[in-house]
Ligand binder design. Structure first.
Ligand SMILES: [Zn+2]
Length: 148
């Protein structure tokens, strides 16, 4: 399960993926008790009545937890992580999946300190400078594009 520790969609969710950046939604209900959800799958899109909020994973993923279920498709490995709400990001501008992906790649390195391959999403490994006395990271090793 992933825990959203604060913000409009605070709560615990069963998800299969725990990306570094995650959209969560709050459904506007007439009685004021909105239903929350997370868009953890690459093809997930917000419903028209859902407002979008953006969350960032805290630290590194804390592991995976195996869930057994009699419901077909509900068994499997579920992601486990904690997220914080990014209050200064307007999730409504990122409803569209293409816009969301573009925003993630443009901001993930600044937000998390990690860079990810734009083709396959794999985390890139920093390539240290080639010369002694220059400890700064100058780039990333080329991606081998994971096949899984
Ligand atoms: Zn790649």
């Amino acid at each position: 399960m992933v825990t959203l520790t604060d913000g409009p969609c605070k709560g615990i969710f069963m998800v299969r993926r725990s990306p570094a950046l995650l959209r969560a939604t709050l459904k506007a209900e007439l009685d004021g008790t909105g239903a929350t959800d997370v868009l953890d799958q690459p093809d997930d899109t917000p419903a028209p009545q859902e407002k979008v909020y953006v969350y960032q994973m805290l630290g590194e993923p804390t592991g995976f937890m195996h869930i057994h279920s009699s419901v077909k498709g509900a068994s499997g490995f579920f992601a486990s992580a904690e997220y914080k709400y990014l209050a200064d990001v307007d999730g409504e501008q990122l409803r569209d999946n293409a816009a969301w992906r573009r925003w993630c790649f443009d901001n993930v390195e600044r937000l998390t300190g990690h860079a990810y391959c734009r083709k396959c999403g794999k985390q890139l490994i920093p390539a240290p400078a080639r010369f002694d006395g220059e400890p700064a990271i100058v780039g990333y090793l080329p991606c081998d594009h994971r096949t899984s």
